[in-house]
Design a protein around this ligand. Structure first.
Ligand code: PEP
Ligand code: MG
Length: 328
């Protein structure tokens, strides 16, 4: 059994019909790269950089310095041995507060979080961007921006990345000038205006945790409404499928990095929507790979098309069940 598992780790994730699927790892700290490599991840699809910032008493003056961040990012790049590392800029606030005591907003999930916070703290954001850029001199790095919803946020973020590059050039510091820049699609407004993102971004990554929260108006951290948090709600499926389809048609790589990507009961559903890149907690990787190896896109794709036409939650759940039984 252990030998079988070891073999699975080294095997590429290919469907029965021969389609290659990319399986990536979500990490919180550079040390997590060991588990990612151990599970056979092809790279890091989501480095949640906020974990370098959290749990520090105080506020902006206690944040990790540019050099300290650079060391952490470079450590991850080295540990992944040439496999791409997607570093997400600070996604602070709501369920991941910088400092519990600082949280005063009545609706933190709708407040000054993630990219909104970064654009309001340009010096802090520039320091992080420089740290990420400097790490890109040591191996393939991609830069991912969370919680974008407005065109001006995209433009301001891109302008600040250019500013950080100029600062590094002036300082004679090395970086990858062609570093790919991507957007998290996790606010319904972003999914509904996807052509705007496709035009300006090199890649996309769908954050289903927040996409579900904001689509269904359910606080992902509130236990009292946890029973309403349904990844199979037809509205969620619609936004997922349309994002994957529009990005794919435009030739822009698209991944899912929310919890849905690591749920083997949803692997076939996502494959049938056309998803070819999954990023998940390293512990989920082998189970999802096993599911992929047993899946045939020729069978799945028409069934998923049918599921996407349904508005009946019971019928959808039953059809997903059926999908998972087929050919197993
Ligand atoms: C998500 O929202 O799905 C996501 C991947 O990011 P986080 O869970 O860190 O908000
Ligand atoms: Mg998110």
């Amino acid at each position: 059994e252990r030998k079988k598992l070891g073999k699975l780790k080294k095997m590429p994730a290919v469907t029965k019909d021969g389609t290659e699927i990319t399986l990536l790892a979500n990490i919180e700290l550079p040390e997590d790269c060991t588990a990612a490599m151990e599970a056979g991840a092809m790279g890091v699809g989501l480095f949640r950089s906020e974990y370098l910032f959290m749990g520090r008493a105080g506020f902006v003056n206690k944040l990790p310095s540019e050099d300290e961040q650079f060391e952490s990012y470079r450590q991850a790049v080295a540990a992944m041995k040439g496999r791409p590392v997607t570093i997400r800029t600070l996604d602070i606030g709501a369920d991941k507060p910088l400092d519990m005591a600082e949280q005063t907003s009545l609706n933190p999930a709708l407040g000054l979080r993630a990219i909104r916070f970064c654009l309001a703290e340009p010096q802090m954001f520039l320091a992080q961007l420089r740290a990420i850029l400097r790490a890109s001199a040591y191996g393939p790095v991609k830069l991912l921006i969370p919680m974008l919803a407005h065109a001006f946020e995209i433009d301001q973020s891109l302008a600040m990345i250019e500013q950080a590059k100029a600062q590094l050039r002036d300082a004679g510091k090395k970086f990858d000038p062609l570093i790919p820049i991507g957007a998290m699609i996790e606010i319904p407004a972003a999914a509904l205006t996807l052509p705007m993102f496709v035009k300006k971004m090199d890649f996309l990554s769908i954050g289903t945790n927040d996409l579900i929260q904001y689509t269904l108006a359910i606080d992902r951290a509130d236990h009292e409404v946890a029973h309403l948090y349904n990844p199979l709600h037809p509205a969620v499926l619609y936004l997922l499928a349309s994002t994957i389809s529009i990005a794919t048609k435009a030739g822009i790589p698209v991944a899912v990095c929310g919890e849905m990507a690591g749920d083997m009961k949803l692997t076939r559903l996502l494959l049938g929507m056309g998803l070819r890149e999954f990023s998940m907690h390293p512990t989920q990787l082998l189970a999802v790979k096993h599911e992929i190896l047993n899946s045939d896109l020729n069978e799945i794709t028409p069934s998923v098309k049918k599921i996407l036409r349904s508005f009946d939650p019971m019928a959808i759940a039953e059809a997903v069940n059926q999908l998972n039984q087929a050919g197993a």
